[in-house]
Write a protein that binds this ligand. Structure first.
Ligand code: GLC
Length: 470
């Protein structure tokens, strides 16, 4: 079976969030199951494209409105990611340094989707399934069915994976002239509330959609940024498949990015050494429990609560805790955190930015990770944390609810709270600290977490089962 994954992020080519981790790993695990999985992404002017070799395998052109666009297909020659990776380069549109935040994003992603179909058509490539990831490639299920030039893809099955339903790719109807010519009787499939809505179009037109956890699928029926009714009416073709983690890359026993490697047996000493090295570097007290937050500074992630949580945790513990925050995003949240640094010398440290190596170091060093998310379709950080023996303190929604079991339950191994408020978060941190104070108990929890299997093996099989079913 031939499956093409379409995404605008893929680790290590281009990563903004968890989407990249999924697209950079899932296809490799699918190949182990005998599926011929490929990944097609936009070309970026980034270290990965500069440091690897690519072969130009095709060229073509098409009109986007009145502008003629020329594309080139580059194939990575070494298969270094464990699957064939193809990049679409369009000078002026798909050759940028960043993934998002350009004013002509709609033009960029329309061009990406159009070029992809044009190339597949001209090269006579007809996959069994196209698996599209998030709204940037949400027009594909519509175009394969109703675009005049791409009729040959009518029977190709499309699976659409929702990593985040908050963002939908809305565009004004004036942009419709930029799309490849399509059967205009079908315009209603593109529309939601008077706008072209690529996420809605994908859910309407795909053969099946998946969400990155079962819990998130259920939540979308009542909380989907305006698309609740649509998700509900299309529920029959919805599947919740929880994300896995790439255990070849996220593994404390083999991780080259951390100070000292450790496994379940050696976790006590191993984590202590990593913590010591880390705390020395960031001027934190290694004898105190270390709490961390890693991620985007976004309201969706509950990051706006962090400043208040930090102040309240320090007051609750009488400053007997170290906190490290790694992230970037909302500048106001960042400024609020920055303003706290002077008040807690030797107790609070931050790194504002994206830093993959540092994230590994933090997972290895920290005792607890906090995720007070308002929306969390799956969440990967709690999975990475557990793999490194770091206790998750999470709000019980979406994928967090599915993957973290509260300590009060049978076989529990984490701390779950229900409301995205600083009070609830601080009280859950308090519960975790009580536990950490009791060394034997803490060790048992750590071991249990490290032994949990959150690898891709099972979930990759679930995707394959779905493809087979289609
Ligand atoms: C998005 C979601 C996150 C999920 C990731 C990968 O970033 O916000 O919860 O883990 O996609 O699917």
């Amino acid at each position: 079976m031939h499956v093409i994954h379409l995404s605008v992020e893929c680790f290590p080519l281009a990563k903004v969030g968890g989407l990249a981790d999924v697209v950079g790993a899932l296809p490799r695990y699918q190949r182990k199951l005998g599926i011929d999985a490929w990944v097609v992404c936009p070309y970026y002017d980034k270290p990965f494209t500069r440091d690897n070799d690519f072969l130009s395998i095709a060229k073509g052109s098409f009109f986007q409105g009145s502008e003629e666009l020329h594309y080139e297909i580059l194939k990575e020659t070494e298969n270094s990611l464990g699957f064939p990776l193809f990049l679409i380069r369009i000078p002026g549109k798909l050759d940028r340094q960043e993934v998002y935040c350009y004013p002509d994003e709609a033009e960029q992603w329309i061009a990406f989707q159009h070029a992809c179909l044009d190339w597949l058509k001209n090269s006579g490539t007809k996959p069994d399934v196209i698996n599209c990831h998030d709204h940037h490639v949400g027009l594909i299920p519509f175009l394969t069915k109703y675009a005049n030039d791409f009729k040959e893809f009518e029977k190709v099955k499309t699976v659409f994976t929702v990593h985040n339903g908050q963002y939908q790719g809305w565009m004004n109807w004036s942009k419709s002239i930029l799309l490849p010519a399509f059967d205009t009787w079908k315009w209603g499939l593109l529309d939601w509330d008077g706008l072209i809505n690529p996420l809605a179009a994908a859910i309407k037109c795909c053969d099946a959609f998946t969400t990155v956890s079962e819990g998130y699928l259920q939540e979308l029926y009542t909380q989907a940024n305006g698309l609740e009714g649509l998700f509900f009416s299309e529920a029959a073709k919805g599947y919740g498949i929880v994300n896995g983690i790439d255990d070849a890359y996220w593994n404390p026993a083999a991780d080259k990015l951390i100070s000292v490697n450790y496994d379940v047996e050696s976790n006590k000493k191993g984590k202590a050494k990593n913590k010591k090295a880390f705390c020395e570097k960031y001027g934190l007290d290694e004898t105190l429990p270390l709490l961390t937050y890693i991620g985007r500074f976004a309201v969706e992630k509950g990051a706006d609560l962090l400043p208040e949580i930090v102040v309240n945790v320090f007051s609750y513990t009488e400053n007997k805790i170290s906190i490290f925050i790694l992230g970037s995003g909302d500048t106001q949240i960042q400024a609020n955190l920055q303003a706290l640094l002077a008040a807690y010398p030797g107790r609070l440290a931050t790194f504002f930015g994206y830093n993959e190596t540092l994230a590994h170091e933090v997972y290895a060093a920290a005792d607890m990770i906090l995720m007070p998310s308002r929306v969390e379709p799956c969440g990967l950080n709690q999975l990475y944390a557990m793999k490194y023996g770091t206790i998750p303190i999470v709000r019980g929604i979406g994928g967090l609810k599915d993957t973290v079991r509260d300590i009060s339950e049978k076989n529990g191994y984490g701390f779950v709270f229900s409301d995205a408020t600083s009070e609830e978060a601080v009280s859950a941190i308090g519960r975790a600290l009580d536990y950490i104070g009791q060394r034997g108990k803490m060790q048992r929890v750590r071991r249990k977490e490290m032994e949990l299997d959150f690898s891709w093996h099972k979930s990759a099989q679930q995707y394959v089962n779905l493809y087979n079913q289609l």
